[in-house]
Unconditional design. Structure first.
Length: 162
């Protein structure tokens, strides 16, 4: 999830903002033409004119915000878009990924840091192949945590794994 910010100015040179409003999304459409469930928008600190909402787009989103009937028609509607690439920092990884040990189930495998840690663990881990059963097991580096198990079968012309 990412926090987005909105302000509504009066267009004057001083940049005065409208405060105490209850803006709502009246249009919230994704890049595939479907509608999304719009999040709530709220003024973060009363009287500041700074509004925010939290959303985690997976597709590009187009939106129109209605600031309400108390706003002059010239300023009443704001159009914009959300891009999933704006949330790229969420996929790099965070402090929790940095502090978790390799092979830990706490490392988020969907972040870049988590993926790299699991990949390194796989590369540096212990492996055991039992010829009698054809089972190949990969363990976490320095521990007995089983990361992956495959059954290998050989014939005179090929080797396969399942």
């Amino acid at each position: 999830m990412k926090t987005y910010w909105l302000t509504l100015g009066d267009g004057s040179i001083t940049g005065a903002t409208f405060t105490g409003l209850s803006p709502t999304f009246i249009t919230f459409i994704n890049a595939s033409g479907g509608t999304g469930t719009p999040p709530a928008i709220s003024e973060i600190i009363a009287g500041t004119g700074v509004y925010s909402f939290t959303y985690g787009p997976t597709l590009g989103m187009y939106f129109v915000v209605d600031w309400g009937v108390s706003v002059p028609s010239t300023y009443r509607y704001t159009k914009g878009s959300l891009d999933p690439l704006q949330a790229v920092d969420e996929r790099i990884g965070g402090i929790l990924d940095n502090n978790d040990s390799f092979g830990s189930t706490s490392v988020d495998p969907t972040t870049v840091i988590g993926f790299l840690k699991r990949l390194q663990e796989l590369g540096e881990g212990n492996a055991l192949y039992t010829k009698a059963t054809g089972i190949w097991q990969i363990f976490s580096r320095g521990s007995s945590t089983l990361l992956r198990e495959k059954t290998l079968t050989d014939s005179t012309s090929t080797s396969t794994k399942t």
